[in-house]
Write a protein that binds this ligand. Structure first.
Ligand code: HXC
Length: 259
């Protein structure tokens, strides 16, 4: 299968597939085409009997710096509703095979949300997690207000979402967002090793156990996700969203109007 924005190694190790986001110049910004490829690849791997665990990674500088701001900048709320990008996120949510994110550098906005959509996160010491959407006039839309709050608690999630502050790998580990930190040369190796441990377990049991752990909060999560998505779309009707995203593209500070 030919992909433009990702690389897929179906057997990177015994029973372990590796999917790499591969838009390095844009810090792996999650354009719609990348998300389509990723969703398709994960579904195909999920259907393969000899794929027991999937590692999702980026590169040393960036796991992913968020949704593609340049692609979204001119869109309105109705465009966003019609495009319905979150249907792809819902499909990834249904992947049964355990997913491990191997994160180095930036995991921001949709990038942080994608890492949190995975079942475990192995980080390099340089990893930075954040939900900086507020700085471009919007808010998290793919689970940032829900999964982050569950992972790190209300106080820290509120601060991250309302100020856009990034947290370091160490802070993320202390807060319970990630599983472990290793030096940058080792994060992928460590994630593959962890994936190998999962892959050695009985596959039906790992799939059902994953499903059961996710059920610990899923019924509340579904309501929270719908609410978050509605607010995210609504912000595309504001002047501040246009201003925030235009300011990013033009590399200047934004002027907020509160409108
Ligand atoms: C589009 C992006 C991008 C993004 C970086 N780039 N992030 N393009 N969308 N999210 C591009 C830059 O424009 C630049 O392109 C190139 O990648 C390198 O980035 P720089 O800014 O020059 O690098 P640096 O100075 O090191 O700063 C890194 C950074 C910064 C701190 C990560 O790029 C940044 O703040 N990015 C935006 C982060 C963000 O706000 N993410 C949330 C997006 S909204 P050029 O052409 O100039 O070289 C979101 C909503 C999710 O994720 C909703 C559901 C999916």
């Amino acid at each position: 299968m030919d992909y433009q924005y990702i690389d897929v190694q179906p057997q990177a190790a015994a029973g372990v597939a590796l999917v790499r986001l591969n838009r390095p110049k844009e810090l792996n910004a999650l354009c719609l085409a990348l998300m389509e490829e990723l969703t398709r690849a994960l579904e195909q791997l999920d259907a393969e009997a000899d794929c027991r665990c999937i590692v999702l990674t980026g590169n040393d500088r960036a796991f992913a710096a968020g949704a593609d701001i340049k692609e979204m900048a001119g869109r309105g709320a109705i465009d966003m509703l019609r495009i319905d990008q979150f249907s792809m996120w819902e499909r990834i949510k249904k992947i049964k095979t355990p997913l491990i994110a191997a994160v180095s550098g930036f995991a921001l906005g949709g990038g942080c949300e994608l890492a949190m959509l995975c079942d475990m996160i192995v980080a390099s010491e340089t990893a930075r997690f954040g939900q900086p959407e507020i700085k471009i006039g919007v808010m998290p839309g793919a689970g940032g207000t829900q999964r982050l709050t569950r992972a790190v608690g209300k106080a820290r999630a509120m601060e991250m979402v309302l100020t856009g502050r990034f947290i370091s790998a160490e802070e993320a580990l202390a807060a319970g967002l990630i599983n472990r930190i290793v030096p940058v040369e080792l994060y992928l190796q460590e994630a593959l090793k962890l994936a190998g441990e999962v892959a050695a377990m009985p596959p039906l049991a790992t799939q059902l156990a994953k499903e059961a752990v996710l059920h610990a909060f899923n019924s509340f999560l579904d309501h929270g996700l719908v609410h978050e998505r509605k607010n995210f779309y609504t912000l595309f009707a504001t002047e501040d969203q246009k201003e925030g995203m235009a300011a990013f593209v033009e590399k200047r500070p934004p002027q907020w109007k509160g409108a």
